[in-house]
Design a protein around this ligand. Structure first.
Ligand code: ADP
Ligand code: MG
Length: 248
């Protein structure tokens, strides 16, 4: 299996003091290309810090992070931001969007830096993505005019506009009701079926149960792992039960 990301004994702490505890504590992790995985853990266990480290958004103190065949820990900020912009997509609990731009302009924003001349084709792509995730009619809407679920769909479109190799989601359903959350998870499943690696960070067993492998974090370490099959729409209760049992 080809690896898309390898974290090798990564350590991360914040602040200068030596007695500061490690938020990531010699943590090692491997993600396969095309995988759909979740990292679970209680609040404060280091999930977001891990996601930031694996995506090169934040430097590690020791160990290394390899993306494809590139060592992110050895790269400068320009190179890192190129990789993030062209190969990675990010979805957060709530999408950070510019209030003075409408939905479609927020979605195409990340592409504008490299492609000022291709606005028409980028806009077409954004429209196709919006239609696909069920917000086709909202392109001209102001971001304050739509629901949380719709805004999150727009956030996913923005994350997909570059055709990323991997999508990182940090509690992507954390601000949504359970129906919207399920619908967002359906979208992640579809994206993954089409070949994109999806890595979600969550404390929700229902979210983790939709993925094919769940890693459990505690105090900056991955303490256990649960392998599931790809979700085929059946046996959700059993999957949730498996995740929950492993959590405790
Ligand atoms: P999780 O996402 O699992 O809730 P985080 O990765 O956000 O956990 O945080 C793990 C620990 O690291 C927490 O104790 C948090 O206070 C600390 N931490 C995270 N980011 C910072 C930061 N920028 N500065 C100082 N401490 C931080
Ligand atoms: Mg977090």
């Amino acid at each position: 299996m080809k690896k898309i990301i390898i974290g090798d004994r990564i350590t991360k702490s914040f602040g200068e003091r030596e007695e500061q505890r490690n938020v990531l504590d010699e943590l090692s992790i491997e993600i396969n290309e095309g995988e759909f995985v979740a990292i679970m853990g209680a609040s404060g266990s280091g999930k977001s810090t891990l996601m930031f480290a694996l995506s090169g958004m934040d430097e590690v103190n020791s160990g290394k992070v390899v993306f494809g065949d590139r060592d992110l820990s050895a790269m400068g900020e320009n190179e890192l931001s190129d990789i993030r912009r062209t190969k990675m997509g990010f979805v957060f609990q709530q999408p950070i969007m510019l209030k003075n731009l409408n939905i479609i302009d927020n979605i195409i924003l990340p592409m504008m830096r490299d492609n000022r001349k291709n606005v028409a084709s980028i806009s077409d792509k954004a429209r196709a993505l919006m239609k696909r995730v069920g917000i086709g009619e909202l392109e001209e809407h102001d971001i304050t005019q739509v629901s949380g679920g719709q805004l999150q769909r727009a956030g996913i479109c923005r994350a997909l506009i570059n055709n990323p190799k991997i999508i990182f989601g940090d509690e992507p359903t954390g601000a949504l009701n359970s129906k919207s959350a399920q619908e967002i998870m359906n979208i992640f499943s579809e994206i993954n079926e089409e070949g994109t690696t999806v890595l979600l960070v969550t404390h929700d067993a229902k979210v983790a149960a939709r993925t094919e492998r769940v890693m459990f974090m505690r105090d900056g370490k991955i303490v256990s792992e649960l392998k599931l099959s790809k979700y085929d729409g059946t046996n959700m209760d059993t999957r949730i039960e498996k995740v929950t049992r492993k959590m405790i």
